[in-house]
Write a protein that binds this ligand. Sequence first.
Ligand code: FAD
Length: 323
Amino acid sequence: MTSDVLVVADHRRGDLRDVSLELLSAGRELADAAGGDLHAAVISGNVESFAEDLDREGVDRIHTVAHGEEFNHDVYAQALTAIAEDLAPEFVVAPNSVNGLDYAPAVATRLDRPYVSDAVGLDYSEGTLEVTREMYGSKVETTVDVAEGPFVVSIRGGEWPPAEGVGDAEVSEFDFEVDEDAVRSKVKGFEEVGGGDVDIADADFLVSIGRGIEEEENLELVEELAEVTGATLSSSRPIVDNGWLPKNRQVGQSGKQVTPDVYLAIGISGAVQHVAGMKGADTIIAVNTDPNAPIFDIADYGVVGDLFDVVPALIEEFGGEPP
Ligand code: FAD
């Protein structure tokens, strides 16, 4: 076994997902702690172009496996098991995404390794990996000590900074043949949950609306604000539960995790289940009538005020006309 780290890039519909660069940062930290190299694996899709994007400072080697366009559980599990058997890394680090949660336990089982999911912190010293996880909707933080490697972990998006700079990693195609007879699933297409082509997880600027909006017809106010500011509209769960916006717009524990540059929370109280999905935003701005709303505890900027006054003023400030 080496002291190396193997991270697994995530991509969807032709785009490398942000968590891939965050994985590189988490992987580099572990590699530094263990005194090993950082490897990245990228499987399926336009692997050459993904490898270029993944070539950041601190990455030693990138392994590509060209097979099909979309994610396939069986292919990923086979390919990653083969790469891990070849490199013998001390750590395999996957994203805690829908894809990662699909293949990481399978890879751990095939390699007969321990697996810890949904890590928000990793600390390695003297052969023990301490994994920080959040439980009960982020109300409780726990640490799991895994005393014996090698380790397979999946990390939560938005918890590590994206790797930066341009690296000089060696890129090579991994010599691997898919065992087609063992591929039991077939990707027939891709459909976004709730319809629509918006992925709020990829947005840089989110205008997010909560129950403070009161009525469905009032939504046009925040739609106009999103329009004039070039933001993407998202929401808390009650808005989705009411059927006012589709499920793919919901931020939070049972919605999507988002990491925009700016998150503007309007009429959202800041319940733990909501905060679990957006606390990774760079800058959080909150508008709420209640000065004691918990959202102000995590906001960088706050406006204690009525959204029906504040939002029209913002629309005008950005050159628009309130509806
Ligand atoms: P509220 O909590 O009702 O807050 C509305 C806020 O608007 C208040 O703070 C109020 O002061 C303010 N307000 C009212 N009028 C105005 C006005 N005119 N101007 C400005 N501010 C105003 N929630 C999620 O969001 N995402 C999830 O993924 C999620 N998952 C959950 C999973 C589980 C298992 C459970 C139990 C709950 C989950 N929830 C989730 C629900 C969560 O607990 C909260 O109920 C929800 O986030 C509250 O949404 P809200 O902030 O829009 O509404």
